[in-house]
Design a protein around this ligand. Sequence first.
Ligand code: ZN
Ligand code: FE
Length: 253
Amino acid sequence: MPLTVHQFACLSDNYGFLARDEATGLAACIDTPDAGAILRELDKLGWKLSLILNTHWHPDHAGGNAEVKAATGATIVGPKEVTRISALDREVEGGDVVELGETRFKVIETGGHTLGHIAYYDAADEIAFVGDTLFALGCGRLFEGDAAQMWTSLQRLAALPDDTTVYCAHEYTASNARFALSVDDDPTLRRRAEAVFAARERGEPTVPTTIGLEKATNPFLRAPKLAARVGAAGKPDYEAFGAVRAAKDVFKG
Ligand code: ZN
Ligand code: FE
């Protein structure tokens, strides 16, 4: 039985996600960017929340934990770093499995944006919730980790099947596309960027994406191929990645 995902926009550019295990009707929310919005969406759907899955400690991901738990009684699961801003009922790390009814989420360690960041992967349904690690045409800023750690994390996600549906936590795709075009002239990227700009003009989301699409067009995953463009020719892959990341950090577009 499948996992049904409900995505909604909240705060200025976050996405909230509710996921329901159809075999049992149990529901989870991935992160708690906006407790009010999450509770309203649950109400609208008539879903009962049993699980909160945090990807990292940032307030736009774990800031609503207490309010959502108080209203629903859901169990809070996340990496240890979340205890900086919220209580946790269960601490998890890479390799752990979290069950929602018959759905099994494998925890993948994806540190770099924050040191303890994790992703949740449901292999049976080929669905991944990646928080602020991988974005459509982008990746998270290196607030706590370094380029080597983030590159390793991105490679773990890139190793998932191409068809994996990837739910990233922000709508940053249009600005990511403008940066991507500044370092890469690949025709597949150019076509995708046009589609992204058109979708945003129409007010449509560009999330979710897929692993295959990101491997083909995301300048951070393509960093080794773009090394010469960012002054990292002949350098190890993680340094090429670090150079692309540094270029994005100062990109004005
Ligand atoms: Zn974050
Ligand atoms: Fe965030």
